[in-house]
Design a protein around this ligand. Structure first.
Ligand SMILES: [Zn+2]
Length: 175
């Protein structure tokens, strides 16, 4: 385990055996990725605790339940906070692409094995190409989207949560 878990033994539940100790981070992930991709305006009215974008009528954050009278809203999401969400996204993407590539390699190896040693119809180039194309697709999905998604999620979420914990500590110890 390359990352330091926040708790000694994270309970085995949730996606890929990892449950974030900060459930609002998971719910904010998609919105923060939109912000990272600059698909939404940079400025706005954000929760002073978790930096969720609030509507003008919100006086309690729908993500972390902090009231705006306890913590005044801010106009931008701090860079350190965005970096934490970026770490989660990038880690997951690396696992999905990396393991997806492993799936393609497995399909290529199968293709070569079939061409060289495949008996009867299995050795026919058509069967080999079917394995290469269809098998490549299925294996890339399985290794990348399924396995890579799971590993990437739990490793990425741990990374994000560790960065967020450090950010909270820095922010709130100087209050
Ligand atoms: Zn909030």
């Amino acid at each position: 385990m390359p990352d330091t878990p926040l708790t000694e033994s994270p309970e085995l539940k949730g996606i890929a055996g990892y449950t974030s100790p900060y459930p609002y981070l998971d719910r904010l992930q998609e919105k923060m990725e939109e912000r990272l991709a600059k698909r939404v305006p940079v400025g706005g009215r954000f929760c002073g605790f978790c930096y969720a974008r609030l509507r003008d009528i919100d006086d309690v954050c729908p993500f972390c339940a902090t009231s705006t009278s306890d913590r005044p809203t801010v106009r931008e999401i701090p860079q350190d906070v965005l970096r934490a969400y970026k770490a989660r996204r990038d880690t997951e993407a690396r696992w999905v692409y990396g393991l997806g590539f492993v799936g393609l390699i497995v399909a290529s190896v199968l293709f070569v094995l079939m061409e060289v040693w495949g008996p009867g119809p299995l050795g026919h180039p058509a069967a080999g190409f079917a394995v290469l194309l269809l098998g490549g697709y299925v294996l890339a999905q399985f290794f990348g989207t399924f396995l890579g998604g799971q590993f990437g999620y739990s490793r990425g979420a741990r990374k994000r949560d560790t960065l967020w914990a450090a950010y909270l500590e820095k922010r709130d110890s100087s209050r």
